[in-house]
Write a new protein. Structure first.
Length: 523
């Protein structure tokens, strides 16, 4: 297997080695490798000094993964990352009660990022034509990502976290950016990107038997939140989001003429079954939003389409609440006699700034933002760049962050937006939000103007719609910041948009359906 597949005309690098000109010294690649070894030595010293079992396991995983990083390219590592994150790491938590599965997922993501950096350095030494292409939309996403990481590391340096807390913040907050960078730096084969989406669909189909077992087995005896598929303990929202991505992809393929309606119908029915087996009330918002975006041209084409979509939303919301009442809530349903009381029970507390449970530490989403707004202690610098990554988190293994200690047992980082404000400040939060906004803008412009195949338009349309869903998750929970499942899907969606905006789609448009969909997009 060639270490780097790209070759320059007239220069054939040896298999498994980098083509290094003689007499030029170690160069940038040597510096990167030397720096990585130095960091590994520092990490080894930290593990020995701290006598931490978890860090020892992590270091062992890094040492075992280094040969894999040199043998597999980024395009071969990405399917491995999908399988590890969406299947392996969650299963180790759910069925074997091993929380270290998340460390395994982060370790593979870190290997992917390091491999992408090595390939990028090698391609800079041997420039190719496709590296010279430029796209303003893709460049804006890339620059904003770098700006956010700059604020992240700056806040980390200024923070007061311990060494384990810094390591934990790095492994949660940085590795998945490698996916976005790999899709920005390199031209990926169209078939490989499509294969990743088919793999995602297969993973969602596999969730159906798993969720059926969990619904009628462990969840029936304990808690309905135990229906998490293979995504790990407490990850029922992640299960729903990934399932929704597969459903939107099936709808987008039908909408753009890449697949027949039967495929979309079966995948959507499978996804709805998975969603009903686990109680996540936010589906009544996420599904209509996603479907409206994918089918927006059909819905807004005439009054009939808009009316039919309105009827679908009414039937879906009503049917979902009735199903949840029959399956989970019992006779009380959404407790309360009046409509106001029912709405309060099913989600009206969402923005209530006074909902704080001092016994359990749970607070509402609105309260998590209100506590940051009313906090009297931060200086102007801490408002702008935060207290450092991990400052608002509480962990059994790494302890409480500097802000989490001040608020006792309260979950002040109940949402991603609150965690961003505490950890990286206003500037870091704006950078992260702009990352979503610029990605959405790039996806919409590509679908509206690009002459691409139906399959490619379906992928970009799906990724753009998913960015809308991820924007709502900023005030729903914090999984987009510290859970590998949501991070992988988020950066993969961004990466697909950036990939096609920068490198285009060289797949010939063969079918009449593909040609008509492209013409409709141009119109």
């Amino acid at each position: 297997m060639k270490f780097f597949p790209t070759r320059v005309a007239g220069v054939v690098p040896r298999r498994g080695a980098l083509a290094t000109p003689r007499g030029t010294g170690p160069g940038a690649l040597g510096i990167v490798i030397g720096g990585a070894l130095l960091l590994l030595a520092i990490l080894l010293g930290a593990v020995v000094a701290l006598d931490s079992v978890q860090l020892t396991v992590v270091l062992a995983g890094v040492l075992a993964g280094i040969p894999i990083m040199f043998l597999l390219s980024t395009r071969n590592l990405l399917p491995v990352l999908f399988i590890v994150v969406f299947l392996v790491q969650g299963a180790t938590q759910t069925f074997f009660k091993m929380r270290l599965g998340t460390w395994f997922a982060s370790g593979v993501a870190s290997l992917f990022m390091l491999r992408a950096m090595l390939e990028f350095v090698a391609l800079q030494r041997r420039p190719t034509d496709h590296m010279k292409q430029r796209s303003v939309s893709a460049d804006m996403v890339y620059v904003v990502a770098l700006v956010y990481l700059a604020f992240f590391f700056f806040s980390l340096l200024l923070g007061h976290a311990s060494i384990p807390q810094r390591i934990s913040a790095l492994r949660f907050g940085v590795p998945m950016f490698g996916i976005l960078f790999a899709f920005y730096w390199f031209k990926w084969p169209v078939a490989r990107v499509q294969m990743m989406w088919w793999l995602l669909v297969a993973i969602v189909v596999f969730q159906l038997p798993v969720t059926i077992y969990q619904h009628f087995g462990p969840a029936k005896a304990t808690d309905w939140d135990a229906v998490v598929g293979t995504f790990g303990t407490g990850m029922s929202p992640s299960l729903i989001i990934v399932t929704l991505a597969a459903m939107l992809y099936a709808l987008a393929r039908w909408h753009h003429g890449a697949s027949k309606a039967n495929f979309a119908i079966w995948i959507c029915l499978t996804g709805l079954a998975v969603m009903l087996l686990g109680e996540v009330k936010a589906v009544v918002f996420w599904i209509p939003i996603g479907i409206f975006f994918i089918l927006r041209r059909r819905i807004m084409k005439n009054v009939v389409g808009f009316f039919l979509f309105g009827m679908f939303v009414l039937v879906f919301v009503s049917g979902t609440f009735l199903a949840y009442k029959a399956m989970y809530w019992g006779e009380q349903g959404a407790a309360g006699n009046t409509i106001e009381e029912k709405l309060e029970k099913t989600g009206g507390y969402f923005f209530d700034t006074k909902v704080i449970n001092y016994r359990t530490g749970e607070i509402s989403r609105g309260a998590s933002l209100y506590l940051w707004y009313r906090d009297p202690l931060p200086s102007a610098l801490e408002r702008l760049v935060g207290y450092g990554p991990g400052a608002s988190q509480s962990s059994v293994s790494t302890g409480k962050g500097i802000v989490a200690k001040r608020y006792g047992g309260l979950s002040i980082n109940a949402t991603a937006l609150a965690q961003l404000l505490w950890d990286v400040g206003i500037l870091g939060t704006i950078s992260f939000v702009l990352l979503i906004l610029f990605g959405f803008r790039a996806g919409v412009r590509y679908v509206a103007t690009a002459h691409a195949s139906a399959s490619t338009l379906a992928i970009v349309d799906t990724c753009t719609g998913m960015l809308i869903i991820f924007s709502t998750m900023l005030i729903y929970n914090r999984s987009i910041l510290d859970e590998p499942t949501m991070q992988l899907l988020f950066f993969f969606s961004l990466g697909c948009i950036v990939q096609y905006c920068r490198f285009g789609d060289d797949t010939p448009v063969h079918s009449k359906a593909s040609q008509s969909s492209a013409q409709a997009a141009l119109g």
